[in-house]
Design a protein around this ligand. Structure first.
Ligand SMILES: [Zn+2]
Ligand SMILES: [Zn+2]
Ligand SMILES: [Zn+2]
Length: 347
């Protein structure tokens, strides 16, 4: 994620900021060119400080879950991220509201990243092949699960509750479980349909790396939940769950590819470098490049590994879990390189 700056006083701003802490100007995100615009809060309309153009906020600003902007002439009430919401929770239940806020933070970061990757994000409500989100409370819909089906990404509200999410994480023996991780995984299934299924050459290449996805999916999942991951899974997969079926391997690897790209992009915007004394050369790095502009995926991995070693070490000093508790082996790098090269022409 980028760091943003106030258009009035140049103070740094977060992606989620609603106003500048230094000068009090209000702010909003314009996704066309991924910049934050700022506005004089004493003026009745949103005229940007630098360009003097007029904007409206997305309607979800009313709920404090979105700070994205629409041009004054835009006919939509909602921004490009919120137009993808098909179902939001019942907001008369106060417990739902904070969970929805958490989900929206993760979803907006996901959309930022997918846009930066150059991917089309049509709404399922307008295009048959589009994408939409259902954020749903399980108690009213006992049969519904978190997952993806034909462009519809369903996330159960309980995943936005940190206690409940931690209980599920322990039960499933996962090293970490996050909202952004869920969204990245599920949207991976959507992009498998869009980028791979319709292209025979790409599909063949996919099968040589991830295996044949024609293997019966429900049988494969039943086998996985009965017997778990095979021994030595760490030699070829990013997670245990990735071993269940080639589709899940793709979605897990895709999610981790997005984690890595975001981590290295953030490090790049902060100009982070890691240069420990007396530790091998491959634990030194400078995040000088925006990873989305880098062709060679190995360069990104060479930046990511020392960075995650450093930030994991800082977290351990604070007694909190590792930021990135995974080992990226050669087979996984090959899979991620396939994803990286598939996406390069889109940027
Ligand atoms: Zn400011
Ligand atoms: Zn919005
Ligand atoms: Zn999946």
């Amino acid at each position: 994620m980028k760091i943003f700056e106030c258009g009035h006083c140049n103070h740094p701003l977060f992606f989620e900021s609603n106003s500048c802490e230094n000068c009090g100007h209000s702010c909003g995100y314009r996704d066309d060119d991924r910049i934050m615009l700022t506005f004089d809060p004493l003026k009745p309309s949103l005229i940007s400080d630098r360009e003097k153009n007029e904007y409206n906020y997305c309607k979800n600003k009313e709920y404090g879950v979105c700070n994205w902007l629409l041009e004054k002439e835009d006919e939509h009430d909602y921004c490009n991220a919120c137009q993808l919401n098909r179902t939001i929770p019942n907001l008369s239940d106060k417990n739902n509201f904070s969970k929805w806020q958490n989900l929206e933070v993760a979803k907006h970061r996901l959309i930022y990243q997918l846009q930066k990757m150059g991917l089309d994000l049509p709404s399922k409500m307008v295009h048959k092949e589009g994408l939409c989100f259902d954020f749903i409370a399980k108690k009213n819909n006992p049969e519904i699960m978190t997952g993806h089906a034909n462009g519809i990404i369903t996330i159960l509200l309980r995943e936005a509750d940190s206690v409940s999410r931690e209980q599920i994480r322990k039960k499933l023996q996962e090293p970490f479980r996050t909202l952004i991780g869920h969204l990245r995984h599920e949207v991976g299934h959507y992009f498998w349909d869009r980028l791979i299924f319709n292209n025979q050459d790409v599909l063949q290449a996919f099968r040589t790396i991830f295996g044949n996805e024609e293997a019966n999916y429900s049988d494969a999942l039943q086998t996985y939940y009965k017997y778990g991951a095979p021994h030595h899974w760490q030699e070829s997969y990013i997670s245990k769950y990735a071993t269940s079926h080639p589709w899940e391997d793709w979605a897990e690897t895709w999610a981790h590819y997005l984690h890595i790209m975001d981590m290295v992009e953030t490090a790049h915007f902060f100009c982070l470098s890691v240069n420990p004394n007396e530790i091998s050369q491959n634990m030194k790095t400078e995040a000088t490049l925006d990873p989305y502009a880098v062709k060679d995926f190995q360069t990104i991995i060479d930046t990511c590994v020392p960075l995650s070693f450093a930030v994991n070490s800082i977290n351990r000093s604070m007694g909190i879990p590792d930021v990135y508790p995974f080992v990226i082996n050669r087979a996984v790098i090959k899979k991620m390189t396939f994803i990286h090269e598939l996406l390069l022409p889109k940027r």
